[in-house]
Write a protein that binds this ligand. Structure first.
Ligand code: ARG
Ligand code: ZN
Length: 899
């Protein structure tokens, strides 16, 4: 058994800090082996906090204390104490200066928290609690300090020396080392601190702010990657402009910097003036990155930039408030991306992610409210719930207020709380005040975990011409929250007539109907508050078809007994693009779940015809700007994922789901062969080979459609299809088309395709073996293969010279892609996948607990499987829990899963 259980941190225990640190002067003597950190802190008692025992408790981990002085006096051992987590200085005055000197070891830091080595550079990651691995400090977000930083290093190894804020001069020291000073005028919490040192290449541009200030923009990358920064730079400038026009937020420092690092636990980090990125969210060239990669880069660059106001200028009081900055910033980056490309497609992608990641989380053992009540390890709470559901809560408030009042609300928020560390409640209070509405009940969304279920029923009264919708809400119990209160839910609806047009809407008691817009849209935002709500629409000559939860107006599971004919009708006619897509998804989901149950079930003609019809509407001219947006069509034609289908079943049938999806895709591929080929050829861009690659959303949409169609054709392959995929693989000039063709070639059976897949894979490796981010794709493709020998192959790849447990991107590409992206092979009946994952987690935990805990996730939902698999997963989880000295990260996830 584990020896000690790590302590639980509770939101209700929050107390203001007893001391504040107004000024932090830090001096680093940087070296990979050992770095000296000298900190001079100006401390004073916090007037807002009650007096404690008079001792100062500073956080600190894995630090070697070399020296300690208070107001210039070296402290004798009797006046302080050091343990694994803290430095306690006894009986300190009300106001004083404390100087510490510590030694740390970046090259031994495999957890990638604090100061660590990535390739040849040194960099930091401090959120959430990494700063305490750099120096003794009050490492909590409600302590905001002004930082002045001095960096000293050997200029041969570390010619570039960066920290937050504005540059304040450099010096050459007599011993040959270089010194650089940085000064950040904005008080900030320690989690936003950053240092980078290395031999870095620079890409520079500039941005003129709304008030006319010229800001240099600098992207630093490893030498050799300078040609992959254009897209990140373009995205950054677009984000800066967007924040000015949409939120009135201008950049505040004299300089903005991004550094791309190859070893990074998460996506990126919004350190003040010095964002540090996982390089996969910076580096892109059309031949190395897919359209999806380009879109992610745009979104993450914007996300981190937007944090400058939502996170940095206004930060979180404590980590329970994480969604204050993350939920709002995700909402902001979603809206930004929607404005750059297709709003409809962006909403579909965001909801797909919410449903495939957040809904299962909210229904499993790790379920927690957007504002959690307790945690053991805060790093485990950077979740889809805090981020994506948190964004949905902001989106709902924006919807309830409408654009003008929402902007008033955010203006008020920025004005009232600038420079402060606040709570999600403070945010809601601003929306409430600016919107002039009561959000008391709405606040429950922050406190209550679980995905609400809406059961809808309706009744049409032909004599009265009335149509009544009845909506019941309930939220299932989640761990620690048995009883749920009803929520305030914005519920957008439209009603369609027999021709598929939006009807004017008039509720009983209203004097006039709201009429459809010029675009033919008539949507009404109903507000649900009670457990059961009824709404009666009047003046209806015939029974309408309801279009419910338009635009996915709330993060809920909707149940309404649509007939297949209704869904086909909505798929063809709904004025709400999101609901057209959702109708198609529901139709496919139903059919697939029926096919899982009845193995022999054949695909109904009506389904094939609905697909044929959708394909017919594909634009004839690839460049024509028609309503049948190819990107949207590609979304409509994409079947629900295996993971999403699993979430719909009480007991997940892993093999059945895979078989049903394959059968359906193969049937469509065979029956619709001519239609699919026609769409494929129409969208094949001969120019593509010539090099005039087009990054526009329209062109990306055409590639998405063509590759979706190729996927279906690949499910019913013959020599012609093999040749088609081979031609695409050989001649495409961009990674989107190359990887799509490679995936298809790899999945085709050997008796049709021979060794075409293996040859293509080998060619891909030869071409890209030195390009780390592309190599990640090579690892991931193999890990996700449905071939029966995939686990053996993954094990073999662990020994590949280019595999390393020390690189999180590589670990995610191989082990993560297998465990989370290949349900068929990971959940193999013999449990070999589970044993493999548990072994890897035990190997990784001592090195990098954050990554180890994240890899665990596919096993946390063990209760959803058949008894055999349950027992096998449970055994592995128990085996992990028995290990001595587990990290708090892994301990918390495993113990909650078993609990
Ligand atoms: N704040 C970062 C973001 O932009 C994420 C940092 C996550 N860090 C962690 N240790 N979990 O979303
Ligand atoms: Zn963020």
């Amino acid at each position: 058994m584990y020896r000690t259980t790590p302590p639980v941190i509770r939101r209700e225990d929050y107390r203001p800090a007893e001391f504040l640190i107004d000024q932090a002067d830090l001096r680093f003597e940087l070296d990979a082996g050992q770095t000296l950190v000298e900190a001079e802190l100006s401390l004073r008692r916090n007037p807002a906090a009650p007096r404690g025992d008079g001792d100062l408790h500073l956080d600190g981990e894995q630090l070697e204390l070399l020296d300690l002085t208070l107001d210039g006096r070296r402290l004798p051992p009797a006046e302080y104490r050091v343990d694994e987590h803290a430095l306690v200085v006894r009986r300190v005055p009300d106001r004083f200066r404390l100087r510490t000197r510590v030694q740390i070891h970046p090259s031994a830091n495999t957890a990638l928290e604090g100061l660590y080595v990535s390739g040849d550079m040194l960099c930091t990651q401090c959120e959430a609690e990494g700063f305490r691995r750099i120096t003794y400090f009050l490492d909590r977000p409600d302590v905001m300090s002004r930082y002045r930083v001095t960096l000293v290093a050997d200029p041969a190894r570390y010619p570039v020396l960066l920290s937050n804020g504005n540059p304040a001069g450099t010096e050459e020291l007599a011993d040959g080392r270089r010194l650089a000073r940085w000064d950040d005028p904005f008080p900030k919490p320690s989690y936003l601190f950053a240092v980078v040192a290395g031999d870095l290449a620079l890409v520079e541009d500039r941005f003129v702010t709304a008030s006319g200030r010229e800001i240099p923009l600098r992207i630093f990358v490893e030498p050799g990657n300078r040609d992959k920064c254009d897209h990140a730079m373009r995205s950054l400038k677009a984000a800066m402009r967007w924040d000015e026009t949409r939120y009135g937020r201008e950049y505040d420092l004299d300089l903005f910097m991004i550094v791309a690092v190859s070893h990074f636990n998460m996506g990126a980090m919004e350190n003040k003036g010095l964002n540090v990125f996982n390089d996969k969210f910076v580096l892109a060239r059309p031949d190395t990155a897919t359209d999806a990669d380009f879109a992610h880069i745009e979104g993450v660059v914007a996300h981190e930039y937007f944090h400058n106001w939502t996170g940095n200028r206004i930060t979180c009081r404590d980590w329970f408030q994480l969604s204050l900055k993350e939920g709002f910033t995700v909402y902001r980056d979603q809206e930004f991306s929607a404005d750059q490309g297709s709003r409809g497609v962006k909403r579909i992608e965001d909801v797909r992610l919410l449903r495939s990641r957040q809904f299962p989380e909210d229904a499993g053992p790790m379920a927690h409210p957007v504002r959690p009540d307790s945690y053991i390890e805060i790093n485990n709470f950077y979740t889809a719930t805090v981020y994506e559901k948190g964004a949905e809560l902001v989106r709902m408030q924006a919807g309830l207020l409408g654009p003008e009042r929402f902007r008033k609300g955010t203006d008020l928020y920025f004005e009232r709380f600038d420079g402060q560390a606040v709570t999600t409640d403070d945010f809601v209070a601003c929306m409430e005040q600016a919107g002039g509405l009561d959000l008391t009940q709405f606040r429950r969304w922050y406190a209550q975990a679980g995905t609400p279920v809406l059961e809808c029923a309706d009744h049409y009264d032909a004599d009265a011409g009335t149509y009544t919708l009845e909506i019941r809400q309930h939220t299932p119990a989640t761990p620690g929250q048995a009883d749920k209160q009803p929520l305030h839910i914005p519920f957008a609806v439209g009603l369609l007539d027999a021709q598929g047009r939006d009807l004017p809407l008039r509720l009983a008691g209203e004097s006039a109907a709201s009429e459809p817009t010029a675009a033919g849209v008539c949507t009404r935002m109903l507000e649900l508050r009670a457990p059961v709500e009824r709404f009666t629409f009047v003046g209806l000559a015939a029974r309408p078809v309801p279009s419910l939860l338009r635009g996915f107006s709330a993060p809920v599971r909707l149940r309404y007994p649509y007939s297949d004919a209704d869904l086909t009708f909505l798929m063809a006619h709904d004025s709400d693009g999101f609901n057209r897509w959702d109708a198609a998804q529901t139709l496919a989901q139903r059919l697939l779940l029926r096919m899982v149950e009845e193995e022999a079930l054949s695909v109904p003609d009506s389904f094939v015809e609905a697909f044929r019809q959708a394909l017919k509407e594909a634009p004839v001219d690839a460049s024509a700007d028609t309503q049948a947006d190819p990107a949207l069509l590609a979304e409509v034609l994409t079947l629900p994922s295996e993971g999403y289908l699993a979430d719909q079943m009480d007991c997940v049938d892993v093999d059945g789901i895979h078989r049903a999806r394959e059968t359906l895709a193969a049937t469509l591929g065979a029956l619709l062969r001519e239609d699919l080929l026609a769409v494929y050829e129409r969208h094949w861009q001969p120019g593509a080979e010539a090099g005039d690659y087009d990054l526009s959303p329209a062109a990306a949409g055409r590639r998405a459609l063509r590759n979706c169609v190729l996927g279906y054709l690949g499910q019913a392959p013959d020599a012609g299809i093999v040749a088609l995929a081979q031609r695409q693989f050989d001649t495409a000039n961009n990674m989107t088309d190359v990887i799509a063709a490679l995936r298809v070639l790899l999945e085709m059976p050997v008796d049709v395709a021979g060794d075409a897949g293996e040859r293509a894979l080998a060619a891909f490796y030869r071409r890209w073996s030195q390009e780390q981010l592309v190599l990640d794709k090579w690892f991931a493709l193999q890990a996700q293969s449905s071939r029966p020998d995939t686990l053996a192959r993954v094990k073999g790849l662990m020994k590949h010279p280019q595999f390393s447990l020390a690189n999180p991107n590589r670990v995610r590409a191989l082990i993560g892609a297998f465990a989370s992206g290949n349900p068929l092979r990971f959940h193999a009946e013999d449990g070999a996948g589970y044993g493999f994952l548990a072994d890897r987690i035990l190997e990784l935990d001592p090195l990098n607990p954050q990554i180890a805990a994240r890899l665990l996730h596919p096993m946390t939902r063990w209760r959803r499987y058949d008894p055999g698999r349950q027992a096998l997963m449970q055994r592995q989880l128990e085996r992990i829990l028995e290990v001595d000295g587990l990290s708090s990260d892994v301990y918390e996830v495993v113990s909650r899963s078993l609990g």
